[in-house]
Design a protein around this ligand. Structure first.
Ligand SMILES: Nc1nc2c(ncn2[C@@H]2O[C@H](COP(=O)(O)OP(=O)(O)OP(=O)(O)O)[C@@H](O)[C@H]2O)c(=O)[nH]1
Ligand SMILES: [Mg+2]
Length: 508
């Protein structure tokens, strides 16, 4: 029954979520289901498994950094929705995973909802916490919560708001979650506070989120944001604050970074001097626009990547999984033939030896006791034949099983994808079931129909790319995903000094 199959229900709920957020991807889920069917027929997948579960459907944007630096205010502003609490004391003490929902109200769910649902990026996070701090995984609700929000800006993405970074208060579990989130994120916004450039939280953030991340391969997913820069207008020292921040970043090894300076126009202090206000606003608007552009880019890039994964998985099934099953079959066939020869040869030799020793051979004629009586009786004759046949079949089946286990072990040892082992084992077992002839070269479930299915899925993936192009291509016809991260002046840290310090924007 459909209702009792958790895998099927999960796919349905995935489709339901995507219907609301990105309809092109709903078709992609259907294609993944076709791929599941082929994988299941080949014995590679169980009923509960789906390729769709290993796809990260939503891009993840995490907002980390100094406490009270305006992380939650920025998220509220971005969403155009008062979702997160804000305030001058440390407000957030948990990570909040924020995702879209069509309901016109906010729902708040405990961390367990995230830990148990593979649709979310923090699926099984309790295990990771436990690995760092044994026993702490049980207290998952103390670290995480899920909020759904109807803001249109959230469609097709997940944002994570975090507690302010403060090493004193950071227990191992929190650090572990932070690292986990960083690894999963498509974009990490690291917030600094222009009001307190020397704070302990600032130093901890620099140490962990700048020094600890600049050498990563994916370091260009980090954007460094000096927030609340409006406060420096009052004190008349924006360049000093900016320069001090840049120096601090440089001390941690960051030479060319993606730096932005922004403030929130609603809660920021009003800047009285009109010229100054205009300059601050222009710079702030340009940087906020660029940050938002980056957020949009990761959403688009993720959609293309998912479609790419469909084509890749279809190809992998034919070019990686299938050859491994074939290799298993070939070795197994060879083993079974040799073992059969050896076992039956040995049995024949033993029989010969024993009967010779017992003197049952008269020349070339074997004269076993009672043989005449058994052969003379029609029942006795057929019973003997049946018993011998049963013995031969039994030995052959044992040989097949033994050979399958040996070959399986050695073939699996050559496959370094640990999670895939169970799948290969299942496929090998399906191919070595007792009624399948060892001389069948074609693996189970692999026929003309599945071959055509995989070819069709690979070509469907190209069709989806075109559909995505239709949705995302800008008026000039260039998909926004083509914009290479780090190719703008803002991301190379060039805009701020010129914008505020150049002749046109010189500070008063
Ligand atoms: N002047 C000024 N104040 C801001 C700005 N952004 C946020 N604030 C204020 O700074 C305080 C902290 O803002 P939050 O958004 O709660 O900061 P947070 O980083 O989420 O804080 P925690 O979650 O506690 O780490 C609030 O009182 C905000 O109103 C800004 O750009 N300029
Ligand atoms: Mg907050």
């Amino acid at each position: 029954m459909a209702e009792s199959n958790p895998g099927k229900n999960r796919i349905k709920s995935l489709e339901h979520h995507l219907e609301e957020e990105n309809p092109v991807l709903v078709d992609v889920v259907r294609s993944f289901r076709e791929l599941d069917l082929a994988s299941r027929q080949m014995g590679f997948f169980s009923k509960e498994q789906s390729h769709a579960f290993s796809v990260p459907w939503w891009p993840l944007i995490s907002v980390l950094g100094v406490y009270s630096s305006g992380k939650s205010t920025f998220i509220n502003h971005y969403l155009d929705y008062r979702l997160q609490n804000t305030g001058n004391q440390a407000v957030d003490n948990k990570f909040t995973v924020i995702c879209y929902s069509g309901e016109d109200r906010v729902r708040q769910l405990p961390g367990l909802a995230l830990d148990a649902d593979p649709r979310f990026p923090l699926y099984k996070i309790a295990e990771a916490i436990n690995a760092a701090t044994p026993g702490e995984g049980r207290r998952i609700d103390a670290y995480l919560q899920l909020k759904t929000c109807p803001s249109e800006k959230l469609r097709g993405k997940i944002i994570i708001d975090s507690p302010g970074f403060d090493a004193d208060a950071q227990r191992t579990a929190t650090l572990r979650i932070t690292n986990h989130i960083i690894n999963l994120s498509d974009l990490v916004l690291v917030f600094f506070d222009a009001r307190h450039p020397e704070s302990g939280s600032m130093n901890d953030t620099l140490e962990t989120l700048v020094k600890g991340t600049i050498h990563r391969n994916d370091s260009n997913k980090f954007l460094y944001i000096l927030n609340q820069i409006d406060m420096t207008a009052r004190e008349d020292n924006p360049e000093q604050v900016f320069a001090a921040w840049q120096r601090a970043l440089a001390q941690k090894g960051m030479t060319a970074g993606r730096c932005f300076t922004i403030y929130d126009t609603e809660v920021g202090m009003p800047i009285e001097d009109e010229g100054l206000r205009e300059r601050f606003l222009r710079k702030r608007n340009a940087d906020v626009a660029r940050i938002q552009e980056r957020i949009e880019e990761v959403r688009v890039a993720r959609a293309y990547r998912i479609v790419g994964m469909l084509g890749q998985k279809a190809v992998e099934l034919e070019t990686e999984v299938l050859p491994r099953i074939e290799a298993f079959l070939k070795r197994w066939r060879r083993w079974v033939c040799w073992l059969n020869l050896t076992v039956f040869g040995l049995l024949a030799a033993c029989f010969l030896g024993v009967t010779l020793w017992a003197g049952y051979w008269k020349g070339f004629s074997l004269q076993l006791p009672y043989m005449e009586r058994v052969m003379g009786n029609p029942w006795g004759k057929w019973t003997l034949v049946a018993l011998l046949a049963a013995l031969v079949v039994y030995i052959h089946l044992r040989v097949r099983k033994f050979a399958a286990n040996q070959v399986m072990r050695s073939v699996l040892a050559g496959i370094d994808v640990k999670e895939g082992h169970e799948n290969y084992r299942r496929a090998f077992m399906k191919n070595s079931r007792w009624w399948r002839s060892i001389f069948r070269h074609k693996p189970a479930g692999w026929g003309r129909r599945n071959k055509a299915r995989l070819a069709r899925l690979a070509s469907d993936a190209n069709g989806y790319v075109q559909k995505l192009n239709d949705v995302y291509a800008n008026p000039a016809g260039k998909p926004t995903a083509d914009i290479v991260p780090g190719d703008t002046a803002a991301e190379n840290g060039e805009v701020f000094p010129d914008a505020l310090n150049g002749p046109e924007n010189a500070c008063p």
